[in-house]
Design a binder for this molecule. Structure first.
Ligand SMILES: Nc1ncnc2c1ncn2CCCCCNC(=O)c1cc(-c2ccc(F)cc2)cc(O)c1O
Ligand SMILES: [Mg+2]
Length: 214
């Protein structure tokens, strides 16, 4: 049977990256996506911006919405302090199966909890299921029309505290206009746009960093 793109991405990691070396996993995926097959990872250019924000926040609790193959999961988890926890939600079971193996190859499985399901279903259950009160950092990279409803849901569930940082991918391409309008006009957020490019292309895209003011 024909392999899928995520399966071919995983094979590239297993062939070219060193077990337990997150940087080599990130490099192997970027090489594969730049020279073999494009895939919707945050990528190296936006990834460097994401790294700088994660390092600045130095979060102990992280929520990622939309795992895909685990590329940004590995980038973020590799920067976390030893006691930190990253919960990542993935809707697609095939993507989740690949991501688990990519995260394990990087040796980061102890810092990461991958949960299969939709953000709308899981966000209200996170506190009781994982004993997490609030998130220091949230990375939004799932369905673009879910960014705004899920942000409002996180506010409602009390998952954000004064100073929580939201980082949203793809705010230009494919675009999340209603989310951008909300975080840029709401008095509850201090927002900043980091211009970049759509992963592995010359098209404009960027990350929006929004600090929840409580
Ligand atoms: N736990 C959950 N809850 C809800 N939805 C969930 C989920 N877990 C997953 N999903 C469902 C997300 C499916 C993937 C989302 N990402 C994207 O759709 C995406 C698309 C592009 C793109 C840009 C230009 C093009 F020409 C083509 C594609 C680039 C990106 O960086 C993207 O992140
Ligand atoms: Mg994305």
């Amino acid at each position: 049977t024909q392999s899928t793109r995520p399966q071919r991405l995983l094979s590239a990691v297993q062939k070219n990256a060193t077990r337990g070396n997150p940087r080599s996993v990130v490099r192997a995926i970027d090489e594969f996506c730049r020279h073999k097959e494009w895939a919707m990872n945050v990528g190296d250019e936006k990834g460097c911006i994401l790294d700088s924000i994660v390092s600045e926040v130095n979060p102990v609790t992280v929520l990622e919405l939309g795992t895909y193959c685990g590329y940004s999961t590995v980038r973020i988890a590799s920067l976390l302090p030893p006691n930190a926890k990253l919960i990542t939600l993935e809707f697609n079971p095939d993507f989740a199966a690949i991501a688990r193996q990519v995260i394990a190859w990087a040796g980061l499985q102890d810092k990461v909890q991958l949960v299969e399901g939709s953000s709308g279903d899981w966000i209200p259950k996170i506190q009781e299921q994982f004993g997490i009160n609030t998130f220091d950092l949230v990375f939004l990279d799932h369905w673009k029309d879910r960014y705004l409803p899920d942000t409002k849901l996180m506010e409602k569930c009390g998952l954000l505290r004064k100073g929580s940082v939201l980082v949203a991918d793809n705010v230009i391409c494919p675009g999340t206009p209603d989310y951008l309008e909300y975080v840029r006009s709401s008095p509850c957020y201090k927002s900043q746009y980091f211009i970049s490019h759509l992963e592995y292309t010359k098209a404009e895209d960027g990350l929006e960093k929004s600090v929840f003011l409580g």
